[in-house]
Each structure stands twice: as structure tokens, then as C-alpha cells.
Design a protein around this ligand. Structure first.
Ligand code: 5AD
Ligand code: FES
Length: 362
């Protein structure tokens, strides 16, 4: 018995060391690291954490998240703000509201603002450009990140020229059949990928990502996600557990686990070491110390909410989301304390990615 355990631990160490050395993973190595016992996760996460520390030190970057609209023309089966959800209480923030959020955020030390919203036709390209350039002229030392979904390349170009620096667009899954399982027929994986490659080509720092434990996810679909990350070489990767939302078709599905999320954060750190990797709100929602444990698994970014408290509950992508009653300052200092409790320091520089874009490389 003891022998088998020892062999198991030895196999785990060997696998983790091999994955770390080649900065890549096979399907079998992935299956092994996701399924091996709790001792496994310990070594895996520790190695990932050391890797992150060797690159970024004990520094954690913060991004201020502004959820500026929960209108969405899409109907993703997992998402609480999907078009068909008649229970969603819809809102839009005005330009003044958004600038006010940025001002508050700036005073709290934020130097990156993430404008996130559903795909809301109200915000035309012209309006988005005006928002971006207004934020940039009010706060020239800040980075603006957009997370507003799939657009035409020309639109992405216009936002970029208006001053947007980064773009987050989770790919959700890199497997065709799984993508169709999670989305209505109007959405396609090929367009999603087209968007990500367009964004990268234009010059954005780009983030992709996926939910852990989404309905229909398997080791094989996860393996494709990791292959896609290796190919795209994104500057950021956002992952968090899937959490069911009670008014969606996936209301009765199981949530993803914190343990699987920790392991995947660690694996992503090992195979794509320079990446900016957030420890997400969803992770903090399913585990009381989720965000701390995410950092201890190799993550190096946190994204506290800057949205006005009055609208926070309405941006209900999933159930039981944390921080919906807290002011920006509360989240800011809460996270600072949480990071401090595990020996990490929140820093206020822009925290640009160290991943070089292809355009720069070639
Ligand atoms: N659980 C967890 N994450 C979700 N997202 C959307 N719905 C859910 C859910 N039910 C994630 C998606 C999206 C991001 C903004 O939020 O991955 O890209
Ligand atoms: Fe929002 Fe802790 S981060 S209350």
C-alpha cells in the first residue's frame, strides 16, 4: 500500500517536472494530473506558484472591473444575462457613470479598467470609441481593457485606435461539438477564433479563457483548450468554475470544482509561464478562500468589482456571486488584505503582459 502511494507521488513529481520543463502537456499527462490524488495537486500547485514567483515575484496585479451593461443579444445556455432570460433586470451605465467609476478606481490605485458587458447594440462603435478615449484622456497612465464580445475586425481596429490596450474574449471551449453544446446555433467557434486572431493581429494584449466544469466538458475538450492556448499565446487567460444560474437551461447542472480550477490554473502557468492569470470572482464564489488558493496555484491577477453597488446584483452571470453588496473601496482593501494574508502584495502599476505579440516577435 505504502509502496503504491510512494510510486504515485513519484509519478506525479515526474509528470509535473516534465510538463514544467517542456512547457507543454500531452493528453495523458493532463488526464493524470487532473485525476491523481490530493497529494498530486499539492506538488503541481507548488511548482506553478514558484514559476509565477520567479517571473512576477510576490506581486499581484489588480484590474478594476466595470460591468457597464447586462443587455446581451446572445443566448449562451450557461449565462444569466442571456437574451432569453426574462427575469434579468437590465441596466446600462451612462458615460458619466463609467467615468465616475474610473475616477473612484483611480483614487483607489487602479491603473487598469476593464469595461465588460453583454453584446449590447446600444453601445455603437462610436459610443465605445468615445468611452475609451474619454477614459484615456482622463487617465493617460491607465490601460483600458475591453470585454464586449464578438465584433467585426474593423470595429476592433477602431476601438484600438481610440486607445483600447487589451481585449478579453474567453473562447469558452476549443472543441467544436462542445462549443455547439454550450451555445445556440448563431454562435460558432470559428468566428470566436477569428475574433481572437484579429485582436492579436491588430496589436491588442489578448485574453482567452474558459469555464472549468462547464456542462459537457471532458479531459479531451480541456486538452483542446490547452492546445489552443499554446497556439494563440495569449497575454492573459481567464478561467473560473462554471456555476449554474437558476434562470438558464443549465440551472440544474453541477458546478465546476475549486480543486479542478486550481489544477488547471497551475497547468496553464507551467505550459505558458509568462501569462497574466486572474484568480477569479467565480473561484471566490465557490470557495471561501478561492482567490487566495488560486494565487497559490500560480495565478497573479485579481479583478475586483468597480461597478456601482446599485447594479452589481444585476450582473448575475451565475448564482451567489460574491461582492454584490460591497463598495469598490471595500473590495479593493478586502483583496489587498487577502493577498497580504498569504504573503503577496497588491501592486498598482499597469502590469502589462510580458508575452510578446507575434507582430513584435517576427
Ligand atoms: N458560471 C461561470 N462563469 C460564467 N460565465 C458566464 N456564465 C457563467 C456561469 N454560469 C463566464 C463566461 C464569460 C465570462 C464573462 O463569464 O466564461 O466569458
Ligand atoms: Fe469584494 Fe472581498 S473582494 S468584498
Amino acid at each position: 500500500m505504502e509502496n503504491t502511494l510512494l510510486m504515485g507521488a513519484e509519478a506525479v513529481r515526474e509528470t509535473v517536472d516534465r510538463v514544467a520543463a517542456k512547457q507543454d502537456i500531452t493528453r495523458d499527462e493532463l488526464a493524470f494530473l487532473l485525476s491523481a490524488g490530493a497529494d498530486t495537486a499539492g506538488y503541481l500547485r507548488q511548482q506553478a506558484r514558484q514559476r509565477a514567483e520567479s517571473i512576477y515575484g510576490k506581486k499581484i496585479y489588480i484590474r478594476g472591473l466595470i460591468e457597464f451593461t447586462n443587455y446581451c443579444k446572445n443566448d449562451c445556455y450557461y449565462c444569466g444575462i442571456r437574451r432569453s432570460n426574462k427575469q434579468a433586470d437590465r441596466y446600462r451605465l451612462s458615460k458619466e457613470d463609467i467615468l465616475e467609476c474610473c475616477k473612484t478606481g483611480y483614487e483607489l490605485g487602479f491603473r487598469t479598467f476593464v469595461l465588460q458587458g453583454g453584446e449590447d447594440g446600444y453601445y455603437t462603435d462610436e459610443i465605445v470609441c468615445d468611452l475609451v478615449s474619454s477614459i484615456k484622456s482622463a487617465h493617460p497612465d491607465c490601460a483600458v481593457t475591453l470585454s464586449i464580445g464578438e465584433k467585426a475586425k474593423e470595429s476592433y481596429r477602431r476601438y484600438y485606435e481610440a486607445g483600447a490596450d487589451r481585449y478579453l474574449l474567453r473562447h469558452e471551449t476549443a472543441d467544436e461539438a462542445h462549443y455547439r453544446y454550450l451555445h445556440p446555433p448563431q454562435l460558432s467557434l470559428s468566428n470566436r477564433m477569428r475574433c481572437l486572431y484579429d485582436l492579436r493581429e491588430i496589436g491588442y494584449q489578448v485574453g482567452c479563457g474558459f469555464m472549468v466544469g462547464s456542462p459537457g466538458q471532458t479531459v479531451d475538450t480541456l486538452y483542446e483548450d490547452l492546445r489552443f492556448i499554446k497556439e494563440l499565446e495569449p497575454h492573459m487567460v481567464g478561467i473560473g468554475p462554471f456555476i449554474p444560474q437558476h434562470d438558464t437551461p443549465f440551472a440544474d447542472r453541477n458546478a465546476g470544482t475549486a480543486d479542478a480550477t486550481f489544477r488547471l490554473l497551475a497547468i496553464i502557468r507551467l505550459i505558458h509561464p509568462l501569462v497574466l492569470l486572474p484568480s477569479t470572482t467565480a473561484l471566490g464564489t465557490i470557495h471561501p478562500r478561492g482567490r487566495e488558493e488560486g494565487i497559490l496555484s500560480g495565478a497573479n491577477v485579481v479583478m475586483p468589482n468597480l461597478s456601482p453597488v446599485g447594479v452589481r446584483k444585476k450582473y448575475a452571470l451565475y448564482d451567489n456571486k460574491i461582492c454584490t453588496g460591497d463598495e469598490a473601496a471595500e473590495c479593493r482593501f478586502c483583496l489587498q488584505n487577502r493577498m497580504k494574508s498569504i504573503g503577496y502584495e497588491v501592486v498598482t502599476d499597469r502590469g502589462d503582459s510580458r508575452v510578446l505579440t507575434r507582430a513584435v516577435k517576427t
